[in-house]
Design a protein around this ligand. Structure first.
Ligand SMILES: [Zn+2]
Ligand SMILES: [Zn+2]
Length: 367
């Protein structure tokens, strides 16, 4: 037998402390796929973890968004999770979490809530197979980790983000229900918000975005949003609610989507909706951050609230299909505004943190 290749990875040993580690790449276990990373993205969650704010992931090999090239198939792996034959050299997109099929949520079919989602991601890099995150030259896709072949007409650069925001919002929009001719008010035009605009538009809905940052407003317009409510102009909840009513024949939006990530946005949600409206909460993910909430308005208006954390893993296939059909109609490619070598991950994180750049891609170069 020949010798095994070696690879490098970016390890977060403690908040804001990165180390580049090098390991021999083990042979894939049965049911596992060994891949080489083509591109990994710096996502908001990485910044969150890097700063030490993530409730579950405190250290470990960073990275969850990626497209990878299959380099070795473990025993028994012949297809992706849609049954498509898979072979060495194929480009795939993996879900960034596991669905163990055995924990209580998995037993209920709530795979997005799997209690063992991060079994490998949170492991220290010394522990084989070392390459637990996507800020690496190599990456192992484990049994019970959904993955799909990237369709030939999808730009791999764009597909690298499919396993995060797009999959999550496709799932969320299905959970809350968006129908033809609905008006959807989207609070926040970051990556989640832009994807929501695209999805809602393809469902035949009208979109309103509430945002107050010029660059984000510009992007929302490039994604085809119908109306923008700039909160620097409409300064209070009352003014914004009135503006939504003006844009909806006096009734309020059918659906609200919170992707601003501040509790005040959630508290504002019911005021923007019509009687019997529906609301999707996605952006607030830090436990323990409080906001006052007008429960009476919620009840009297008869509003249904639902949430979306991660996604049912088959939504990753929907996301790739969405990109295959509609990817060219939206400026997805422009969302990446900086490219770095893997070894410069620290700079990519620091500049993302200060918002000098909005979305960085990392490329490992085999040496
Ligand atoms: Zn992400
Ligand atoms: Zn589970």
């Amino acid at each position: 037998m020949g010798t095994r290749p070696t690879g490098k990875l970016v390890y977060l040993s403690e908040p804001e402390q990165l180390e580049i580690k090098e390991y021999e790449v083990p042979e894939p276990e049965p049911g596992t796929v060994l891949t080489e990373i083509e591109q990994a993205n710096v996502c908001g969650s990485e910044l969150h973890i890097w700063r030490g704010h993530h409730p579950e992931v405190k250290d470990g090999v960073l990275g969850h968004e990626a497209v990878c090239r299959v380099s070795e198939l473990g025993e028994g792996v012949a297809t992706d999770y849609a049954g498509e034959p898979i072979e060495r050299g194929d480009t795939i997109a993996p879900a960034y979490f596991l669905t163990c099929q055995r924990c209580p949520p998995c037993q209920e079919g709530q795979f997005n809530l799997c209690e063992n989602a991060y079994t490998y991601w949170s492991k220290p890099p010394e522990e084989p197979p070392h390459f637990h995150g996507t800020f690496s030259t190599h990456y192992f896709v484990h049994p019970n980790q959904y993955f799909y072949k990237v369709p030939a007409d999808v730009n791999p650069k764009v597909a690298a983000a499919a396993n995060c925001a797009l999959s999550q919002m496709l799932y969320g929009v299905d959970e809350v229900g968006v129908d033809w001719n609905d008006t959807v008010v989207i609070q926040g035009a970051g990556g989640l918000g832009l994807n929501t605009i695209a999805i809602a538009r393809e469902r035949g809905a009208k979109t309103i975005v509430v945002e107050g940052v010029d660059g984000r407003i510009e992007r929302a317009r490039e994604f085809g949003v119908d109306h923008v409510i700039d909160f620097r102009e409409y300064e209070t909840v009352e003014e914004r609610a009135k503006r939504v009513r003006e844009l909806t024949d006096g009734v309020g939006a059918d659906v609200g989507v919170e992707v601003a990530g501040v509790p005040q946005a959630f508290a504002e949600g019911p005021h923007l909706l019509r009687q019997g409206g529906r609301y999707l909460e996605v952006g607030n993910v830090n436990p323990g951050i409080m906001s006052e909430f007008d429960t009476g308005t919620l009840t009297r208006k008869g509003i249904d609230i639902t949430t979306a954390i991660r996604y049912q893993p088959w939504y990753l296939q929907t996301a790739l299909e969405f990109l295959s059909k509609h990817g060219d109609d939206y400026p997805y490619e422009d969302l990446i505004d900086a490219e770095y070598d893997l070894l410069d991950a620290e700079e990519a994180l620091a500049k993302s943190d200060t918002r000098e750049i909005t979305r960085a891609a990392l490329h490992p170069h085999a040496d």
